[in-house]
Design a protein around this ligand. Structure first.
Ligand code: URA
Length: 237
């Protein structure tokens, strides 16, 4: 509503109130979602008021905004605190029995790009499989397997060797990166090579990593992460 200099003058003249109080002359930081800023009594809002939240989705929670059968949804997990009055929706979906990184936002433009196959946004999963995969199975997964809705695009597939226990238990843990987002894709890919997925977690989405966020925890993305999402879909931010 004003140039930086004019805004400084408005602040010094006392026209600007933050939560009903005069802010310090300079260097006051505000939270655009939580703080109420008025100029001469009129509320002002920043031009972009989108909210971007990363959730580590727990098991048994549905990735839709609302559920007709009244099952627990990811928005229930965020609660009022997580939503802060925004009409958030999940960017893509994770199955009820999949855990991990789910982005929620009210930025429809970015969400559209992040889920459109054209932008080939990478989705990284940690996959626990009930059996052991031979070199041929890994190779097929990497090149593409035939599903009932067509061949899958090439994927990155690595055996995670850190867990030595896997060998004894007859299980395998894989890191799988796909650039598509078909329904139950990872489970169906593993099924196509004769394997059953015992646990599936998404660990990365485009430039985002879940890091130390524990199941059921959420956090707001940093401006840097939001900018990186924009770049990942060809938007300069
Ligand atoms: N692939 C799946 O099979 N399920 C998910 O939830 C995500 C990817």
């Amino acid at each position: 509503m004003a140039s930086r200099r004019a805004a400084d003058e408005l602040i010094t003249s006392g026209s600007v109130l933050v939560n009903g109080r005069r802010p310090p002359a300079s260097g006051a930081l505000i939270d655009p979602d939580a703080d109420i800023v008025t100029v001469d009594g009129r509320r002002v809002r920043p031009p972009t008021t989108h909210r971007y939240v990363m959730l580590n989705k727990p098991l048994g929670v549905i990735s839709t905004a609302r559920d007709e059968a009244d099952r627990k949804t990811v928005l229930d997990v965020l609660g009022e605190q997580g939503q802060r009055g925004h009409r958030l929706f999940p960017v893509g979906r994770l199955d009820g029995d999949t855990t991990g990184l789910l982005l929620l936002t009210d930025d429809g433009g970015l969400s559209y790009r992040l889920t459109h196959p054209r932008y080939k946004v990478a989705k990284e999963y940690v996959v626990r499989v009930a059996g052991v995969l031979d070199a041929r199975a890994l190779d097929r997964l990497r090149r593409g397997v035939r599903l009932d809705d067509g061949m899958t695009a090439p994927a990155e597939v690595d055996v995670i060797r850190a867990a030595g226990r896997d060998r004894d238990s007859g299980r395998t843990t894989l890191r799988v990166v796909i650039h598509e987002g078909r329904h139950r894709q990872v489970r169906r890919m593993l099924q196509a090579v004769g394997q059953r997925v015992a646990a599936l977690e998404r660990s990365g989405f485009g430039p985002l990593r879940m890091g130390r966020l524990r199941r059921g925890e959420w956090r707001v993305l940093t401006p840097r992460e939001v900018a990186a999402l924009g770049r990942a879909t060809g938007l300069e931010r």
